[in-house]
Design a protein around this ligand. Structure first.
Ligand SMILES: [Zn+2]
Length: 372
């Protein structure tokens, strides 16, 4: 047992030292595969014999407060991990999820270092005029700010940066999250548990009875939640939320497609931030040295966010009220000086920060009709 505990401890420490965001332990047909997600990509770390898997998974489940006897249902949990780094004690929160597969239980550990939650709005990689625009949205006493992008595009980081920026003094700030990733002083954070009956929709209704000023809704996935959130945004609350959409315009279209009345959409939304996390070309070898010590020959090192920021003003209202197509809306916005996500990506390519071959991947996410 000691060996297993030690192994798990060392594996997590190795993942943290390597800068991994997740550790995957996958049972496969002929053994167990251990992978780290680094800069958004899964990297194979080691392969182990089949018999090695179950005790390791049980050990991690035990640490995460899960039921180790139940191997048939997906479970989630977590724990805090402490390590010494550069002579200082560091705490990492680890969120764990299991999934029963045909070869056994797969387990994923998400590593959440405490310091990454302190990204300020200006350190995200946003253009200064965009930071300014977002700040102007945050001082409003009502309205809805949406953060759009696919999974893994850094929406949560932006949401937390906005929470830090928010003037919390004198305001009742409540967040509904699934799960709560970081604790923030001065914010009433509520963990959403759909399986126990606390959905975003239910949570939001309960929060509205608590005299809130600012409500952060982790994600809007359905019409019910969207409707309650929009009504709250029109009745003296500032709502900050995320949606799984391609860009700013498709976020408006999504809300209309959900069946939300156009006049509610146009009057509630103050702004939309759409984003991607892109891999940065390694500045030591520019992807030209397979033996580069910095990027280990990958050609990329680190990531940066790219953002488009749409401040929704009255000039856009007629387009929303008429349910104009994405193309028409975007054309108007661009003629009005709006900078699209794809043009920001092109700028990054021109600067040598992003690789042109990567653009396709970032800019073709669902909703192909809305791609510029
Ligand atoms: Zn390199």
């Amino acid at each position: 047992m000691t060996d297993i505990s030690e192994y798990v401890h060392d594996l997590i420490e190795k993942g943290i030292q390597a800068g991994a965001s997740d550790i995957h332990i996958d049972p496969i047909s002929d053994g167990v595969l251990v992978r780290f997600r680094m800069d958004g990509f899964l990297k194979e770390i080691e392969w182990k014999e089949e018999m090695w898997g179950p005790p390791v998974v049980s050990r991690i489940k035990l640490m995460s407060g899960m039921d180790i006897g139940d191997r048939r249902m997906p479970q989630d949990g977590g724990f805090s991990f402490e390590l010494q780094r550069d002579g200082e004690k560091e705490t990492i929160d680890i969120r764990v999820a299991t999934l029963p597969t045909i070869y056994g239980e797969k387990i994923v550990l998400r590593l959440l270092p405490h310091n990454t939650c302190y990204h300020s709005l200006s350190s995200l990689g946003m253009k200064p005029e965009h930071v300014q625009a977002v700040r102007e949205m945050l001082v409003q006493s009502q309205g809805m700010i949406l953060i759009a992008g696919p999974t893994g595009s850094g929406k949560t980081t932006t949401m937390y940066a906005m929470l830090h920026e928010l003037q919390r003094e004198g305001r009742n700030v409540v967040s509904l999250e699934q799960p709560v990733e970081y604790r923030i002083a001065g914010v009433n954070q509520v963990q959403i548990h759909p399986r126990s009956g606390l959905s975003f929709h239910e949570g939001l209704r309960a929060v509205l009875r608590q005299d809130p000023d600012v409500i952060l809704v982790g994600e809007i996935r359905d019409k019910q939640t969207a409707e309650v959130a929009i009504r709250a945004a029109l009745t003296g609350h500032l709502i900050i939320t995320t949606v799984h959409t391609f860009d700013s315009v498709s976020t408006i279209i999504r809300l209309l497609d959900m069946g939300i009345e156009p006049y509610l959409v146009s009057s509630a939304i103050t702004g939309i931030i759409a984003q991607r996390l892109i891999r940065k070309v390694c500045i030591h070898c520019f992807g030209k040295d397979a033996s580069c010590s910095r990027c280990k020959g990958a050609g990329f090192f680190g990531r940066t966010g790219i953002y488009e920021v749409l401040a929704v003003d009255e000039s856009l209202h007629p387009y929303i009220l008429n349910c104009s197509s994405a193309e028409v809306m975007r054309k108007y916005m661009v003629s009005n000086g709006f900078v699209t996500l794809s043009s920001i990506l092109e700028e990054k390519v021109a600067q040598g920060v992003a690789e042109p071959t990567e653009c396709q991947r970032y800019m073709t996410y669902g909703h192909k009709s809305t791609v510029v």
